[in-house]
Design a protein around this ligand. Structure first.
Ligand SMILES: Nc1ncnc2c1ncn2[C@@H]1O[C@H](COP(=O)(O)OP(=O)(O)OP(=O)(O)O)[C@@H](O)[C@H]1O
Length: 368
């Protein structure tokens, strides 16, 4: 099976990269080089080919290469094995980020139906023990991969909620002001809830009986409002108005949902597992997500695995590579040592990234 592929990536004035070109053939891309060389920056550029602010959640001004701060650009040719699509995203100095698909201005959300991108980055190491926000974002990214319209529904929900929060903050009590906004929140919120349930069910099914060395995570979507569907949400917002007025914001709804995971073999909650076990659960979910997408769409998603190899013992690392190759996924992986990728051999292509005086250089390596 072939996976979705970023066949060409060209970045200019992007973080530490003045200009870099990567030509890729669909095999995993193993990127090695010293700390601070600019490896993660390349993965971040790929993460911007899907809706949202990428895996560092950076604003356009953070992405621009300093000190010049002239504006940055990421150009990519992506393919599903049949059609080639050109994506350009970037921002002029001080301006908002724009997106073009095949030369035409597009919304960020439109990227969801072109490229599915999943990532695992060191910032997610504490996902199971920190606040619900990170887990919700993780779930929403998985959800977006299954339901490209999820980004739109989330935006509609957030927009209506922001307007409702403004009323609450201003102490507006007249119910008439709230009705339309709460209706919009309820309708979009029900879609968000339904999409997330679809994703949890798909991740659960993809783990059942899978040939993997990584542990199964039993997932539960927790909704503190305990209101499901548009009617129940509409009622909950109306009932919660007095409480929300006192708080000055909306206290319950899908924007407060959480994802709970249990390390199935042990019956232990993910947050109580060891650091290595927590990471293994995340890898397992990313692989399950990729398997589910490959089965549903015929194409594995692009994976961004930042510094994942270094945290695995040799056997698990080899197993991870085997699973990625079996999926046919273009996994962009980073590591400080070339040797971390040895067991991949010529199943991957290799890039070396070095830094000289704050400017990164990317060199493609020939593998005998
Ligand atoms: N906007 C920017 N302009 C110029 N340089 C930047 C910008 N943002 C980050 N950098 C530089 O990019 C470098 C970090 O790159 P990156 O995170 O890709 O490193 P890495 O190779 O993944 O390193 P590690 O192995 O330590 O994770 C740092 O030296 C940082 O100063």
């Amino acid at each position: 099976m072939t996976g979705l592929t970023v066949a060409r990536l060209q970045v200019s004035h992007f973080r530490s990269h003045l200009g870099a070109v990567v030509v890729a053939d669909g095999r995993p891309v193993a990127i090695h080089g010293p700390n601070g060389a600019g490896k993660t920056n390349l993965l971040e550029a790929v993460s911007l080919l899907s809706p949202g602010r990428g895996f560092r959640r950076a604003g356009p001004d953070d992405l621009v290469r300093r000190p010049e701060a002239l504006g940055w650009r990421v150009f990519a040719e992506v393919t599903d094995g049949r059609a080639l699509t050109e994506i350009v995203t970037g921002a002029e100095a001080g301006a908002a980020r724009s997106v073009q698909i095949d030369g035409k201005a597009a919304t960020q959300t439109a990227l969801a139906s072109i490229l599915r991108v999943l990532w695992l980055v060191p910032a997610m190491d504490r996902l199971w023990i920190e606040g619900a926000d990170g887990r919700r974002r993780f779930l929403d990214r998985a959800t977006l991969s299954f339901v490209p319209d999820h980004a739109e529904a989330t935006l509609r929900y957030d927009k209506a909620m922001r307007e409702r929060n403004r009323l609450l903050k201003d102490g507006v009590r007249d119910p008439h002001w709230y009705a339309a906004l709460e209706d919009a929140m309820a309708v979009a919120g029900a879609v968000v809830q339904g999409n997330r349930r679809t994703a949890v069910a798909a991740l659960t099914a993809a783990q059942a009986g899978a040939a993997t060395v990584f542990p199964t995570a039993t997932l539960t979507l927790v909704d503190p409002a305990d209101a499901e569907g548009a009617d129940a949400l509409r009622d909950a917002y109306a009932r919660g108005r007095a409480r929300d007025l006192a708080a000055g914001r909306t206290l319950s709804g899908p924007h407060r949902s959480d994802l709970e995971a249990i390390y199935a073999d042990k019956g232990v909650a993910a947050r109580d597992c060891s650091t290595g076990e927590q990471k293994a659960l995340l890898i397992s979910l990313i692989l399950a997500n990729a398997r589910a997408l490959a089965a549903a769409t015929g194409r594995a998603p692009v994976l961004l695995l930042d510094e994942v190899a270094a945290h695995l013992d040799t056997a698990r690392r080899a197993a991870l590579y085997d699973e990625i190759c079996a999926l046919g996924a273009q996994a962009w992986m980073t590591g400080t040592e070339r040797a971390l990728f040895d067991t991949l051999g010529n199943r991957a292509q290799y890039l070396s990234v070095t830094d000289a005086g704050g400017t990164s250089t990317v060199t493609a390596e020939e593998v005998p």
